[in-house]
Design a protein around this ligand. Structure first.
Ligand SMILES: *Cc1c(COP(=O)(O)O)cnc(C)c1O
Length: 454
């Protein structure tokens, strides 16, 4: 076999032409979204007030295995895809491990993460429907940035509700979004009813993703010609992100590489759901027995310490209910948590797969994550996003285990993005000012009391 290059690139022709819908091959389908008013599954008509029609179709479709990537989206993908699958030779050497480590790098675009893969798809369907604009929320800002880029490319308006603490702490992110023409509002704000209510109840709150979602949804349904778009958690987002997994599969096949372990960080679950899609398909079909590992922060541990139940997707409780591993919609990670991945729930697809035992999950404290990030940066060159570094941490742990046992495992992990806008967090780490706040059982019990009761 030929020596494997540092970077395995696909040609444009080898890029996937269709997204893969893992739900079509799942034995137990993910639970449907429910109408919080009557507890019944949401119908397409009900969702179409909030989301674009074509995206509603994708959201509700548990049967169609492939969705063709529209030409306009494919052409946009060609500007920054295919993304490389990198053989981490330098990291392997530094770790003195017999393991073979590969990472799929999604940070090679201005937004700096995989989120652009779904942003362009969602913006495209909004444009095709003749809409004027879209609203969304953003936490650290990657999703808002990606969506701003996609909207400016297609000539759509983009209103972003940015979690207040990030709005203040990440002025550069905010300005990138404004450069791409987005209108950015710190959340909670006085521009929506739900924002006013949250501010009255919690004056001085620095906001949360759940709260920004409520505001963005309200803005969408009260502004003619607008719909709401979401950058993670939803089935449609995992569908678009399958481009990551399909490219990874094709790149591995080019060199007859068989992974043993596939690792990804998990916030709402979109990059992991996308990365593992074709591998999980083979595992469900009994063709392969990959180990698939979700990595989450110890300060926001929805899979490892949450419950599998129907919950609200947002703080203001304006969204449909989703069945997922959740910490409760009122859960807000400790303010010193700098590592991203702060959403209280997990994609229904991944939640079901985890519940069915197809996937493992581990949680890691943030100082360990930053240690791994730094080790990685110093040998592989790339400055990783804190979110991505959760996967790095566990990949390094696996590779070190191989050093002990002598096993030549092949490890593949998702490197979702770059960390240029996370230097305040890196600074805290370097100055020894970062600690590991881990919620107590009592904290979680309290936030889980807010689960809807039937
Ligand atoms: C948003 C983001 C994540 C987490 O979101 P998922 O939906 O869980 O993939 C991970 N890494 C980066 C760089 C991100 O921007």
């Amino acid at each position: 076999m030929s020596k494997i290059p540092y970077k395995i690139y696909l040609s444009e022709d080898e890029m996937p032409k269709a997204w893969y819908n893992l739900r079509a091959d799942m034995i137990n389908k993910p639970a449907p979204l429910l109408n919080p008013g009557n507890g019944q599954p949401m119908k397409a008509e009900e969702l179409e007030g909030v989301f674009c029609s074509e995206l509603v179709k994708q959201e509700l479709d548990n049967d169609t295995p492939y969705f063709e990537i529209p030409k306009e989206v494919y052409d946009f993908y060609r500007m920054y895809r295919p993304s490389p699958l990198v053989r981490a030779y330098c990291l392997e050497e530094a770790l003195k491990t017999p393991a073979k480590i590969y990472y799929k790098f999604e940070g090679n675009n201005t937004s700096g993460s995989h989120k652009l893969n779904s942003a362009i798809a969602q913006a495209y369907y909004a444009k095709k429907q003749g809409l004027k604009g879209v609203t969304t929320e953003t936490g650290a800002g990657q999703w808002g940035t990606a969506l701003s880029m996609a909207c400016s490319y297609l000539g759509l308006d983009c209103k972003v509700y940015m979690v207040k603490v990030s709005y203040e702490q990440k002025p550069f992110r905010r300005e990138v979004m404004r450069t791409y023409g987005a209108n950015v509002t710190p959340s909670p704000s006085m521009t929506t009813e739900v924002g006013k209510k949250i501010l009255a109840e919690f004056p001085g709150t620095t906001g949360s993703l759940g709260c920004a979602i409520s505001e963005a949804v309200e803005a969408a349904v009260t502004t003619p010609g607008y719909r709401y778009v979401l950058g993670s958690v939803l089935n449609q987002v995992l569908l678009h992100q399958s481009v990551i997994g399909l490219e990874t599969e094709a790149a591995l096949k080019k060199y007859d590489i068989e992974p043993d372990v596939i690792i990804g960080c998990a916030g709402g679950g979109s990059n992991l759901g996308g990365l593992i899609a074709p591998f999980m398909r083979d595992k469900i079909k009994g063709l392969k027995n990959y180990r698939i590992v979700a990595v989450e922060p110890a300060s926001c541990p929805s899979l490892t310490r949450g419950v599998y139940a129907y919950d609200f997707c947002d703080t203001g409780k304006v969204c449909p209910l989703a069945k997922m591993y959740t910490l409760g919609s009122g859960f807000i990670p400790a303010p010193n948590h700098a590592g991203g991945l702060r959403y209280h729930g997990m994609s229904s697809v991944l939640s079901q797969l985890y519940d069915d035992g197809y996937m493992e999950a581990v949680s890691v404290p943030q100082t360990e994550v930053f240690k791994a990030a730094e080790r990685f940066a110093r040998v592989e060159g790339i400055l990783p996003a804190p979110e991505s570094s959760h996967a790095i941490k566990v990949a390094i742990d696996e590779a070190e285990k191989c050093r002990e046992t002598g096993e030549e495992k092949t490890i593949v992990f998702g490197l979702t993005g770059t960390g240029y806008f996370d230097m305040v967090a890196y600074e805290k780490f370097h100055d020894g000012k970062m600690d590991d706040y881990i919620p107590t059982d009592d904290d979680l019990k309290k936030s889980l009391e807010s689960l809807p009761k039937f």
